[in-house]
Design a protein around this ligand. Structure first.
Ligand SMILES: *Cc1c(COP(=O)(O)O)cnc(C)c1O
Length: 380
């Protein structure tokens, strides 16, 4: 790992690529640079790399190689799944990533029936309400495996069962691939999205799992690569890097997740000592690397900026709220009011974070919050 002089606590946004992944990508890019569609041996060598990566990925995710489709990442996989499913009605959870929410809103504007399924105050989907929404008109249900902002883990097994054989079930597994065990066949999902840069792989590489015999339209038409589902010359160095990163993540998964969980719980304990603070998301049913807090009367954006001055890289949690002052749709869905929702801080751990770094951050955070509260017009 190349050390950077910052404490990086934003691993849910992206991670630093692993050097072993980069080496693998360089090897493939320089040695097997052919086009996998070419008939000559360099092309065939590239095709071999591609199929090797597909086999490896399938094994790690519990499915067949022929069910793995390489894409440009989580957003493309999500778009393909949602736009590609024919049928009238779509149900997506209210706390999905923008690449699902915005796609669903787009389809709604274009004459599709879309329902945003509610979650409880801990961010877990309300199964009874979801069940009521599933009708003979429903083509697809999309519920993420775990939330990127508040870390809540959804009961995907139960949701898959609710969908049964008639309704397609898609799950955005971008935050859980490499962190939780994933067995797509056992889960009986029809579609699932994964992205490489969330587990120390390259940005711009992901996977869409499509269960055998699932009817889905392609998003990108052309040369017919990826079994006609995703045209365009394959990014084989990226794909090789993706599968290498996934392999490395699963090699050491349990020990690493236990380590992060211990640090996570220490952070939660420590931040709860700050007055008028609140943990967002589920206490136990949450990602090992996720902490999301609200501090009453603090502006999340100001908190992130001040922490940055101190060398600490964190997030408010939402891609939308980090650039505009709109509150996060996730915090709104769990019922936070404006003042609490504005004061959010997400800390997302990664394999390169040490306990020492976290100690430093935990000293700085209360100081910065106190400073901001002194300047705030909101009465604490
Ligand atoms: C990051 C993320 C995405 C988007 O993945 P990209 O590869 O960056 O397009 C989708 N869903 C979730 C839950 C994410 O965290």
């Amino acid at each position: 790992m190349i050390a950077v002089d910052k404490i990086y606590l934003d691993n849910a946004a992206t991670t630093q690529i692993d050097e072993k992944v980069l080496e693998e990508m360089q090897r493939v890019a320089l040695e097997n640079y052919g086009n996998a569609s070419s008939l000559h041996s360099l092309g065939q060598n590239a095709l071999e790399e591609l199929e090797k990566a597909r086999e490896k990925t399938a094994k790690l995710l519990g499915c067949k190689a022929s069910e793995i489709y390489f894409t440009s990442g989580g957003s493309e996989s999500n778009n393909t799944a949602i736009k590609g499913a024919a049928g009238k009605k779509l149900i997506v959870s209210a706390v999905e990533h923008p690449s699902i929410i915005k796609t669903a809103e787009f389809l709604k504007e274009n004459r599709r029936e879309v329902v945003f399924a509610p979650v409880d105050e801990k961010g877990i989907i309300k199964l009874e309400e979801l069940k009521k929404e599933i009708t003979s008109e429903t083509a697809l249900v999309s519920v993420m495996h775990a939330n990127n902002e508040i870390g809540s883990i959804q009961p995907v097994k139960e949701i898959a069962e609710l969908c049964g054989e008639k309704v397609l079930f898609h799950s955005d597994m971008v935050q859980t691939a490499g962190k939780l065990e994933i067995d797509l066949h056992k889960l009986n999902a029809d579609l699932a999205s994964v992205s490489g840069h969330k587990f120390y792989g390259p940005k711009g590489n992901g996977v869409l799992y499509i269960k055998e015999d699932t009817k889905l339209d392609a998003l990108i038409h052309g040369g017919g690569q990826e079994n006609k589902m995703r045209s365009g010359t394959e990014n084989i160095p990226g794909i090789a890097g993706f599968s290498k990163a996934l392999e490395l993540a699963y090699k050491n998964r349990e020990t690493e997740m236990q380590r992060q969980e211990k640090i996570r719980d220490k952070i939660i304990q420590s931040l709860l000592e700050i007055k008028k603070s609140k943990l967002n998301g589920h206490e136990k049913q949450r990602l090992s690397n996720n902490v999301n807090f609200s501090f009453f009367g603090v502006e999340g954006e100001a908190l992130i900026t001040m922490l940055d001055f101190e060398g600490i890289q964190a997030s408010t949690g939402s891609a939308c709220s980090s650039k505009s002052l709109k509150i996060s749709h996730v915090l709104k869905a769990i019922g936070l009011d404006h003042i609490w929702a504005h004061g959010s801080l997400r800390i997302s751990l990664g394999k390169n974070n040490s306990e020492k770094e976290v100690e430093v951050a935990l000293e700085k955070i209360p100081e910065v919050i106190e400073k901001l509260r002194k300047m705030s017009s909101v009465k604490i």
